[in-house]
Structures are given as C-alpha cells and as structure tokens.
Design a protein around this ligand. Structure first.
Ligand SMILES: NC(=O)c1ccc[n+]([C@@H]2O[C@H](COP(=O)([O-])OP(=O)(O)OC[C@H]3O[C@@H](n4cnc5c(N)ncnc54)[C@H](O)[C@@H]3O)[C@@H](O)[C@H]2O)c1
Ligand SMILES: O=C(O)C[C@H](O)C(=O)O
Length: 321
C-alpha cells in the first residue's frame, strides 16, 4: 500500500485520475494538490468506500501533501487549444512543473515522479535538472507518461484488425517523435501498407483529434486519466514486489544516439525503472522514422535542459538557493 500525491488534481485530467486512484486497492493515502478546487474534489472522493484516505491541499500545504509520498503524479499545467502545438505550452508549464518538482525534492525526494504535463519531451529534462541541482536525481524514478499513445494505438489498430492487440509505441510524445512499432503486431501484414501508414498518422495525431473535437475546451482528459491510472497502478504494483511489470516510459536511456530521453518499454521494480527493455525488432521503415525524428527530439530535450539551467542561474543571481 502506498501514498500517491496528484499535483494538478482539480483539473480535467486530475479529477478523473484521482477518482480511479481512489478506487485502487493498492493506494492507502491519496493526497490531492492544486491551486484551486481540491477541497471540493477531496470531500467528494472521500465519500467513496475504498482502501484509501483522501486529503485535499491548496497552496500553503504542499509539503504535507508530498510528505511520505511513494509516487507523485503531475498533470498540473495548461492544455492546448486548436492551432497550438504542445511546445507552445512550454513557457507556462515549465515554470509550473519546476516549482512542483522542487517541492518534491524537498519533501519526498525518493518518490517515483510520473509527469503528464506537456510538452513531456522537454519537461522531463526540466525535472531532471531540478533534481540534479537538488542532489536527488535518480533516473529510475523519473518518468514521462506516454502511455496514452499506446492506448490509442491499441484502440485504432485493434479496430482495424478486429482483434485485441498490444502495440509498442516509442520515442517521444508529440508529432513525429511518436513512433508506433506496428511491424511488431502479429498479423499486421494482413493490412495494406496504405492502411498501416494511415494508422501511424492517426496515432501520431491522436491528441490533435481530441483537441479539435473539444473546440477550445482543452485536450484529452478522460482517456488520459485512464492511461495515467494504468501506468501509475503498474508502477505501484512493481514497487510492491510484482516482477512482471513492463510499461513504456519516457526515461533517461541510451537506446537512440543523440536522444538522452526516449519512451521505451521498461521493466519496473521496487526502485522504479529497473531495466530499459529496448525497442525490440523493428522494420527498416520504423528505423527510418526514428532517424527522421531524432534531431527534433534531441532539440526538445535540450530546450528543457537549457531552460532549467538558465532558470536556476537566474535564481542564483537573485540570491536564491
Ligand atoms: N502526457 C500526455 O499524454 C497528456 C495527455 C493529455 C494532456 N496532457 C497535458 O496535461 C496537462 C493538464 O491537462 P488538463 O486537461 O488536466 O488541464 P486543466 O487545465 O484542466 O488542469 C490543469 C490543472 O493544473 C492546475 N495547476 C496550474 N498550475 C498549478 C500549480 N502551480 N500547482 C498545481 N496545480 C496547478 C490547474 O489549476 C488545473 O486544475 C496539460 O499540460 C496537457 O497538455 C498530457
Ligand atoms: O494533445 C494534447 O495536447 C494532449 C495530449 O498530449 C494528448 O496526446 O492527448
């Protein structure tokens, strides 16, 4: 049984994700933090009979929210509107996530951090630099959550094949950095190449499909809550000793030259990511997709790293530590 903190718990993802976590038999304490709304959300959830106690926190009680947490899930930040890229969120969300991860470093430095906020490709490197500076960076405990891409791939490919499938999606979480490895799906050769290409395109643009359908009302929340819950519950099971947990995570690794972070299947254990499983067998076309995107992913990683280092240097200049 673990304590899970959700930062951004009052939002579109945070509320349904907190509901799913409240129902989990593996959670003993669910601590909800947001700059607004968490008193109501926690009071509401607290009426559900389940294994966990739920607490609500607003600015001022973030330390109590985080203290003793084993897992910290972060969906805090602004979502896209039509016409925006995930990268357009960087300026606002980097500052939000940096502040939250600094608090994690102070109050629960050993927790596994599951970052949902966009742009994941750049914000996970921001988190790394914050933790390095605080002397508590453990690469096995920092994950970007890209599991929604896998959910979409399983849904779209499963519909096309008329069967349940388990698709591997690697790389990053935006545009062509999302690389679905459909060649690994048994029976995929029954689909024409143009159908496979269309599926890859739809998986890559799954987020845009929802942003456009919501017409300015935000981005994926319910499917993300599901994806975030499946990811977090598997992390929790592994922390509890389950040895069969393999999940894709955007983690620091060296599977692709030039990209210090990459979403790839990982084996989780009591210490978080215990083994980067790797890409497996991939087709020439998929190798080409990785070649085509790796420059973009590398520069998004560098954007986060450089921003965090600059932000820290500015704080040092102002006498902060
Ligand atoms: N990784 C993924 O696959 C994925 C999928 C969907 C959405 N997202 C991203 O998740 C983020 C949240 O999306 P949403 O739809 O829930 O947005 P939302 O606006 O509905 O909710 C975000 C919440 O964050 C809170 N917040 C803002 N600043 C905060 C701070 N300093 N501390 C704590 N909470 C703070 C807000 O008050 C709000 O309740 C966005 O950046 C979105 O792009 C990622
Ligand atoms: O598309 C977005 O902005 C949200 C999220 O990254 C998604 O893939 O749904």
């Amino acid at each position: 049984m673990v304590k899970v903190a959700v930062l951004g718990a009052g939002g579109g993802i945070g509320q349904p994700l907190s509901l799913l976590l409240k129902l989990s038999p593996h959670v003993s304490t669910l601590a909800l933090y947001d700059i607004r709304g968490t008193k109501g959300v926690s009071a509401d959830l607290s009426h559900i009979p389940s294994a966990s106690t739920v607490t609500g926190h607003l600015p001022g009680t973030l330390p109590e929210c985080l203290a003793g947490s084993d897992v910290v899930v972060i969906p805090a930040g602004v979502p896209r509107k039509p016409g925006m890229s995930r990268d357009d969120l960087f300026g606002v969300n980097a500052a939000i996530v940096k502040g939250l991860v600094e608090a994690v470093a102070s109050h629960c430095p050993g927790a596994v951090i599951c970052l949902i906020s966009n742009p994941v490709n750049s914000l996970v490197p921001v988190c790394k630099e914050v933790l390095v500076r605080r002397g508590c960076y453990d690469p096995s405990k920092l994950c970007g959550v890209t599991y929604l891409d896998v959910c979409r791939a399983n849904t779209f490919v499963g519909e096309a094949m008329g069967d349940d499938v388990s698709v591997n999606v690697v790389g990053g979480h935006s545009g062509n950095t999302i690389v679905p490895l459909l060649s690994q799906t048994p029976g995929i050769s029954s689909l024409s190449q143009s159908k496979v290409d269309a599926l890859v395109e739809r998986i890559r643009k799954g987020g845009d499909e929802v942003v456009s359908a919501k017409e300015g009302g935000g981005s994926a929340t319910l499917s993300m809550a599901h994806a975030g819950f499946v990811f977090v519950e598997n992390v929790i099971k592994a922390l509890g000793g389950d040895k069969d947990v393999v999940m894709p995570a955007y983690t620091e690794c060296d599977v692709v030259d030039g990209c210090s972070f990459f979403a790839v299947p990982c084996r989780f254990g009591k210490g978080g990511v215990e083994e980067v499983v790797g890409l497996g067998e991939i087709s020439d076309g998929e190798r080409g997709m990785i070649e085509d995107m790796k420059g973009a992913l590398a520069s998004q990683i560098e954007k986060g790293r450089a921003w965090a280092i600059d932000a820290s240097a500015n704080e040092d200049g102002q006498g902060k530590i």
